[in-house]
Design a protein. Structure first.
Length: 251
C-alpha cells in the first residue's frame, strides 16, 4: 500500500468516528431514524402514520346494517301475510235463516217488602236472519236481525203476550273448516222489548253466541245455533234454534 492510500484510509476512518460521536446512541442504533434522516421512509414510520379503525364507527355501521336487514325481512313478511289474507278474504258471503225456542228472564215488580220476582214466559219462539262476509279463513263480519214472541210469565192482571226485537253486528270466529264447523260470535246492537210483563223500552244489547254447522256442500249447510243477549242488565234473552245457510262468492 502506498503512502497516499494509507493517508486516505485514515481520513475516512476519522470521518466515521466523528459522525458517530455527534449522533445520539439511541438514534445511531435505530435504522428507521437513520433512514428518515436520509429521506427514505422506513416500515416503522409508515406503521405509525397508518390510521387505525374506529371501533365506535365500526359498531355503528354494523348496527345500521342489522337494522336495515331486519326491517326488510319484516316488511316482506308483512306484505306476504297481508297479500295471502287478501286472497283468502275475497268473496265468500253467507245468508242464514234460523227458527227455534226462546225465553227471557226479567225482574218483576216487588210486592211489599219482598224481593222482586223473576219473570219467565211459559213458552216462546224466535226467528232470525244473519248475513256474513268472510275476511279470512277464520274470521267473518256478521250482522243479524232477530225477533221473538213469548206467552205467559206475568201476573194474572198483566197481558200474556210479549215480544223482543234484536239487531246487532259483530265478528264470527270459526274454529275449524271441515265437514263440521264450530264457531263463536260476539256483537253489539240494540233491542226493542215490550208487552205482557215487560215494560216497553229500547236499549243497547250485548250478544254472545255460537253454533255448529254441518256442511252439505260448499254452498249449503245446516246447523244448530245458540244466542244470549243482555240489554240494560235487566232482561236476558236466550235462544236455541236450527239454521240453514247458503254461501256464494268464494274462490
Amino acid at each position: 500500500m502506498t503512502l497516499q492510500s494509507s493517508m486516505r484510509l485514515r481520513e475516512h476512518r476519522r470521518g466515521n468516528e466523528h459522525l458517530s460521536e455527534e449522533m445520539p446512541p439511541s438514534q445511531a442504533c435505530t435504522p428507521g431514524i437513520a433512514a428518515v434522516r436520509q429521506g427514505v421512509p422506513s416500515r416503522a414510520h409508515s406503521a405509525i402514520e397508518m390510521p387505525l379503525p374506529n371501533p365506535v364507527h365500526t359498531a355503528t355501521l354494523l348496527y345500521n346494517h342489522v337494522v336495515k336487514t331486519a326491517a326488510t325481512v319484516i316488511s316482506l313478511a308483512a306484505a306476504t301475510v297481508l297479500g295471502a289474507g287478501a286472497v283468502r278474504a275475497e268473496g265468500e258471503r253467507a245468508l242464514s235463516v234460523s227458527v227455534g225456542w226462546a225465553t227471557f228472564s226479567a225482574p218483576g215488580k216487588p210486592v211489599g217488602r219482598q224481593a222482586p220476582p223473576t219473570l219467565r214466559p211459559d213458552i216462546g219462539g224466535t226467528a232470525s236472519v244473519a248475513y256474513e262476509h268472510s275476511i279470512s279463513d277464520d274470521f267473518a263480519l256478521r250482522g243479524e236481525l232477530a225477533g221473538g214472541v213469548f206467552y205467559g210469565g206475568g201476573p194474572n192482571t198483566a197481558g200474556k203476550t210479549s215480544f223482543a226485537g234484536l239487531g246487532d253486528a259483530g265478528v264470527v270466529f270459526r274454529f275449524d273448516v271441515l265437514k263440521y264447523v264450530p264457531y263463536a260470535y260476539a256483537g253489539l246492537g240494540g233491542v226493542l222489548a215490550g208487552g205482557g210483563p215487560i215494560d216497553r223500552n229500547t236499549d243497547f244489547a250485548l250478544v254472545l253466541g255460537g253454533g255448529l254447522d254441518w256442511l252439505q256442500s260448499r254452498e249449503r249447510s245446516y246447523g244448530l245455533e245458540a244466542r244470549v243477549a243482555s240489554f240494560g242488565g235487566d232482561i236476558t234473552l236466550v235462544t236455541v234454534g236450527l239454521r240453514g245457510t247458503m254461501r256464494w262468492g268464494f274462490l
